[in-house]
Ligand binder design. Structure first.
Ligand code: ADP
Length: 447
């Protein structure tokens, strides 16, 4: 059993992991940059190690610094959180070489799923339905034109190494294709060091539905239903809910089983998310994330499980603590992402928190690293907290979200809270009637 785990991350997700460790009686090691010396994860951990200057490249992304921190503290395992090194196969390989356990899947699974082309090929072979598109990479514009004609416009050009909504370009017509092709390649190269792109049919009105899966690495796997993450800005999620308002029990059981069987077949270990676009009753695989997601708490709320605890157990070689039959949905949960951003342009808004008050009460969870007087550094992601509410049904969850948002006080910086107040007034949101384009359209006229 692990006695000490190092958390290679910061912010709310580092706290999330520290909390699980503490409940399991495992000591936690926080790593931090010089800019994060006063951060909450540093205050809460049992031990701390400064791993470098503010720039992520020299601290949270520095593999040698993190390995040294493990060696100095004697940590036996590393939890990567999300982002940073969580899907870096090289990091996982180096940990393996140092006999340090990575709390997550193998480097090979990360490699296969980290490249969207190999991920799609693998999933197709495992019987998972995919978005129609090119078979593998598209090397030049002429091929892109042929493929686009075959599948029919509009099409989307995607960098195989892309992520976080970058490296994706829409071509509505043949005229738009050359530019989209070049831009997607350029973004892939500059952001991810890989210019390879592929083409997909662009779906007009899908919802983003993702299935939470969990494997023990020994051929057993379960699914924990879906999350609907269709409310997005620039392909980034802002509001997530579970269960999905458009998914019934039979559909959930069917797509859930397809996903659980797929990851069982490859001996997948730990938490994973299989993302789909869902249109006219059909699922189309877009990518798999081989880590814990930002929005995992909505799944925890409706199933009453602790996914981080489960990740740690599986990494220790223990069996999962539940079977598919144990997993039953209870009620409805919604998460909103609170970012330090100034509306209407969502410009990052770092600075000092002059007053912070977290909401509470029945069915309210806040995952945040904020505290009174904390200074949000300008170097990292603008996510400062997640508000998660749980109710017996969707209407109760919405009412609870409304109530909890009104209790929340974050003074000193601008946040995305006013966006959620406004969204809750919208009949479409109240009914759960939205797709991946809804928010962008709404923002054009409402902010
Ligand atoms: P990333 O890795 O950058 O998150 P994804 O492949 O997961 O990229 O796609 C992110 C979002 O982009 C999706 O949730 C959806 O809103 C949009 N998207 C991706 N593929 C398509 C497609 N074929 N048609 C329409 N929208 C798409």
């Amino acid at each position: 059993m692990f006695e000490k785990i190092l958390i290679a991350n910061r912010g709310e997700i580092a706290l999330r992991v520290i909390r699980a460790c503490r409940e399991m009686g495992i000591r936690s090691v926080a790593v931090h940059s010089t800019a994060d010396a006063d951060a909450m994860h540093v205050r809460m951990a049992d031990e701390t190690v400064c791993i470098g200057p503010p720039s992520s490249t020299d601290s949270y992304l520095s593999i040698p610094a993190i390995i040294s921190a493990c060696e100095i503290t004697g940590a036996q395992a590393v939890h990567p959180g999300y982002g940073f090194l969580s899907e870096n196969q090289n990091f996982v390989q180096i940990l393996e070489d140092h006999d340090i356990t990575f709390i997550g899947p193998t480097s090979e699974h990360i490699r296969v799923m980290g490249d969207k082309i190999t991920a799609k090929e693998t999933m197709r072979k495992l019987g998972v339905p995919c978005v129609p598109g090119s078979e593998g990479g598209v090397p030049d514009l002429a091929t892109a034109q042929t493929v686009a004609e075959e599948i029919g416009y509009p099409v989307i050009i995607k960098a195989t190494a892309g992520g976080g909504g970058r490296g994706m370009k829409l071509a509505r017509t043949a005229e738009e294709l050359p530019d989209a092709f070049r831009t997607a390649r350029a973004e892939g190269k500059s952001n991810f060091g890989n210019p390879e792109v592929y083409i997909e049919k662009y779906l007009g009105t899908p919802r983003h539905i993702e299935i939470q899966v969990f494997g023990d690495g020994k051929g057993n796997a379960v699914h924990l239903g879906e999350r609907d993450c269709s409310l997005q800005r620039r392909h980034q999620k802002v509001f997530e809910e579970a269960p999905g308002p458009s998914i019934d029990a039979e559909t959930r059981a069917r797509i859930g089983k397809t996903c659980a069987d797929a990851v069982a077949a490859i001996n997948y270990a730990g938490a994973g998310t299989i993302e789909f676009l869902y249109e006219n009753g059909e699922f189309y695989f877009i990518e798999m994330n081989t880590r814990l997601q930002v929005e995992h708490p909505v799944t925890e709320a409706i199933f009453g499980v602790d996914l981080v605890r489960e990740q740690i157990r599986v990494a220790e070689g223990l069996p999962m603590s539940f079977t598919q039959d144990d997993l039953e949905i209870n009620g409805h949960a919604i998460e909103v992402r609170i970012n330090a951003e100034k509306l209407p342009n969502f410009a990052p808004c770092p600075g000092k928190i002059t007053q912070y008050h977290a909401p509470g009460g029945l069915g309210v969870r806040i995952d945040s690293a904020l505290y009174d007087g904390y200074r949000i550094p300008p170097y990292y992601d603008s996510l400062i907290g997640k508000l998660i509410v749980h109710g017996r049904d969707r209407n109760e969850a919405l009412a609870r979200l409304h109530r909890a948002l009104a209790e929340l006080i974050v003074d000193g910086v601008d946040t995305t809270v006013p966006l959620f107040h406004a969204l809750l007034q919208e009949p479409d949101i109240q009914k759960g009637d939205y797709n991946i384009h809804w928010l962008e359209k709404w923002l054009e006229t409402n902010l």
